[in-house]
Design a protein around this ligand. Structure first.
Ligand code: HEM
Length: 375
């Protein structure tokens, strides 16, 4: 299993599962610095966490357990690319935003081949909402916008989302011009959905050890709702996530200035003759959309298949377990995960800590840094 296993798993999860956070209650996870296995420091003393509000009518007794509400459709419908919201989809499609999708172009907006940023249509404040955490809090305008608001969570996820938006446009380009823009859009969307279903059922699930009986047609009597058990435990394959990525390219693909910039934010650069490798710690890949076009979509997607992933077990990588997203602060150059005392990036400003996150994990700011022993 390569890292494509977990990358597809997360991409797919963002298609069918997102709990409603409105009305939730803080249930922060305390950080235990005295834990003998703990190798990180957490300046806030906790990892921010929210308990979902009960779905109305649930949680009233032992025979009626509390449920959370899912805000996605639960079907494998490529909502990560297109969203389930017509308004969001219209913003993402080429053409004007006027409440009428039928006068939009057939293609997805992909300036320079990458997902649009929040300012792609001018005012970033009117772009669809998106999760912002970690270093992205310094400049949320840099966020990619996609069908799902978690698109910036890590660059492997953003890369997969970019791949399928490009795939949509590739299919549109193959369709005859006798079709209307709207027909082209709907046909390409249908094919992208089918591709994602095909990969999920014929490649991803068997690779994860799940063997399903042959499909015998749609059964309207099966309740397709995501169960709490599935969303909160069963499908949280977080243990498979590796603590770093390795991306390779021909030496010369990246300029020295680019390599220096990578190193300054914590990427390890290894030049070996004709090959250059970039080792990107997971925390540098979190909420760091600028890193994707800087490295390039090809090396990122290829790199995912070059390294094996962890087992699906109870062992969670340190980067996820102890700290998750790191919010850089003044006087803490290591906060971004760099091995060297790199110059503080622009995100190391006090206002970042005070600034509200638009994410679904309010107050999640773990201002943390690895202690020297974790190196
Ligand atoms: C670097 C990769 C990943 C990171 C940083 C990450 C992080 C997170 C975070 C912060 C949450 C929200 C926690 C909460 O408040 O409930 C979450 C939810 C979730 N994650 Fe991941 N995750 C990653 C990859 C994955 C993968 C590989 C899978 C499955 C194969 C997965 C499945 C889920 C599921 C099912 C949820 C619950 C979604 C919902 O119903 O709201 N995640 N993840």
């Amino acid at each position: 299993m390569s890292q494509w296993g977990w990358t597809w798993g997360q991409f797919l999860d963002h298609t069918f599962g997102l709990r409603d956070d409105v009305g939730g209650a803080a249930a922060n996870i305390p950080f235990n610095a005295a834990d003998p296995l703990e190798e990180f420091r957490n300046d806030f003393g906790a990892i921010g966490f929210n308990r979902s509000a009960a779905t109305p009518g649930t949680g009233t007794g032992t025979s009626n357990p509390r449920q959370q509400t899912n805000t996605e459709s639960t079907f494998v419908n490529a909502a990560v690319v297109y969203s389930n919201s017509p308004a969001r989809l219209e913003w993402l499609r080429d053409g004007s935003v006027d409440g009428n999708v039928t006068n939009n172009g057939p293609t997805m907006m992909l300036p320079g081949g990458y997902l649009p940023r929040r300012d792609a249509r001018g005012n970033p404040a009117t772009a669809p909402p998106g999760d912002v955490d970690g270093r992205l809090r310094a400049d949320p305008t840099r966020s990619f916008v996609a069908g799902d608001k978690r698109v910036n969570e890590n660059i492997a996820l953003s890369a997969t989302q970019t791949l399928f938006a490009r795939e949509h446009n590739r299919i549109v380009g193959l369709l005859p011009n006798t079709l209307s823009a709207e027909d082209k859009f709907q046909i390409a969307r249908r094919i992208v959905m089918a591709e994602q279903q095909y990969i999920t059922y014929t490649e991803f699930l068997p690779a994860m050890g799940v063997r399903l009986p042959a499909y015998n047609g749609y059964n309207p009597n099966v309740n397709p709702t995501l169960s709490n058990e599935f969303a909160t435990v069963g499908y949280r394959a977080h243990s498979q996530i590796h603590g770093e990525f390795e991306f390779e390219g021909d030496t010369g693909r990246w300029t020295q200035a680019q390599l220096d910039a990578f190193e300054a934010q914590g990427v390890e650069v290894e030049v070996d003759g004709a090959e250059t490798a970039l080792v990107v710690p997971l925390n540098v890949a979190f909420f760091n959309p600028d890193l994707l076009p800087a490295i390039g979509l090809g090396p990122v997607l290829e790199g995912l298949s070059g390294e094996s992933q962890y087992d699906n077990d109870e062992m969670i990588d340190n980067q996820l377990r102890s700290v998750l997203f790191q919010v850089p602060v003044p006087g803490n150059p290591d906060c971004t995960g760099s091995d060297d005392a790199a110059p503080q990036p622009a995100s190391c400003a006090p206002s970042i800590i005070a600034g509200a996150s638009t994410g679904r994990r309010p107050g999640a700011g773990s201002c943390v840094r690895p202690t020297p022993s974790s190196r």
